[in-house]
Design a protein around this ligand. Structure first.
Ligand code: ATP
Length: 284
């Protein structure tokens, strides 16, 4: 080997900075050993028992389980509408009360809960009025979020002039208009027929992809849960607890409604169903 060749070999390898390791994002929701027992005249009701869950930013997490397994109670704890009796809970790194005071989340209930005497635009604007935003900014935001839920042409209608699905879309716009990072949805489409529900599921998924919100979503429907979610939390009652967490990310982020006929979708649905059955057997 020539001297030049030997020197070349001895050169230290060119410095390449190591690729930065992905830093795990701080969870939006962190529950550790979370429990809530309601004292009732018939004795204590263990609505939640020892719930451990971490939800990362941008996840869509559904909660499914039979009536009374604590789905609503869990959402209400996150919203600081209930105080846990045990364990720890943080929302965006702070306690639930601090998160509520910081307006960290929007809440969508099963019923649209719109004021019948206010137009759709003025219903959506309500939280912005309460927060004291100037009129021009309120107008701009209401227009933007009505457009996002495809209700632009209905701003001046009253709730009773809209279908149930449209009313629910208005309540989603109202929950989003102050731009919370977290959206809490308690069976928002439970009262709607299948066709409308399919349509709203597809729209919600699109909205989630556009806005990068973190969503916690309560449902009784296995296909709805699998279709919408990055993860499905399967719960069981007496005491309310998590029995399985099903990862649905293999379905990707773009999900046409036809995805529900694919083998992967059916497999995930089956896994959720088995979790529900196992939780039931535990009770027996
Ligand atoms: N304020 C309350 N006082 C006493 N018990 C309550 C209260 N709220 C809920 N519970 C009980 O706590 C348990 C969990 O209720 P929760 O509403 O969280 O269940 P869920 O899974 O959301 O049910 P559903 O699917 O019917 O909405 C149930 O047994 C319920 O009866």
């Amino acid at each position: 080997m020539s001297r030049a060749g030997a020197l070349a070999l001895k050169q230290p390898p060119e410095f390449e900075p190591a690729a930065p390791r992905p830093v795990p994002a701080a969870p939006v929701i962190a529950a550790r050993g979370l429990s809530l027992t309601y004292p009732t005249a018939d004795g204590p009701v263990h609505a939640l028992s020892d719930v451990d869950l971490a939800v990362a930013p941008g996840e869509f997490v559904s909660f499914i389980g039979p009536s009374g397994c604590g789905k609503t109670t869990l959402l209400r704890c996150v919203a600081d509408l209930e105080r846990p009796t045990g364990g720890e809970l943080t929302v965006n790194g702070v306690g639930a009360e601090a998160a509520r005071l910081r307006r960290d989340y929007g809440f969508v209930f099963q019923a649209p809960a719109l004021y019948p005497w206010r137009t759709i635009a003025r219903n959506v604007a309500l939280p912005l009025e309460i927060f004291g935003l100037p009129r021009a900014e309120r107008r701009e935001r209401v227009a933007r979020y009505l457009d996002l839920v495809q209700l632009s042409g209905f701003a001046n209608k009253f709730p009773w002039q809209l279908s149930g699905g449209m009313q629910q879309r208005a309540s989603i716009a109202r929950a989003l208009c102050f731009d919370p990072k977290l959206l809490l949805m308690d069976e928002p489409f439970g009262a709607l027929d299948e066709i409308v529900r399919d349509h709203l599921n597809a729209q919600l998924l699109e909205l989630w992809r556009k806005t990068a919100k973190t969503v916690l979503f309560v449902t009784h429907s296995i296909p709805e849960a699998v279709y919408l979610s990055t993860r499905v939390v399967v719960m069981s009652p007496r005491p309310g607890r998590i029995v399985d967490i099903v990862d649905c990310t293999a379905l990707g982020r773009e999900r046409p409604l036809e995805i529900r006929e694919t083998p992967e979708f059916l497999r995930l649905g089956q896994r959720v169903r088995e979790g529900l059955r196992a939780g039931h057997a535990y009770d027996a």
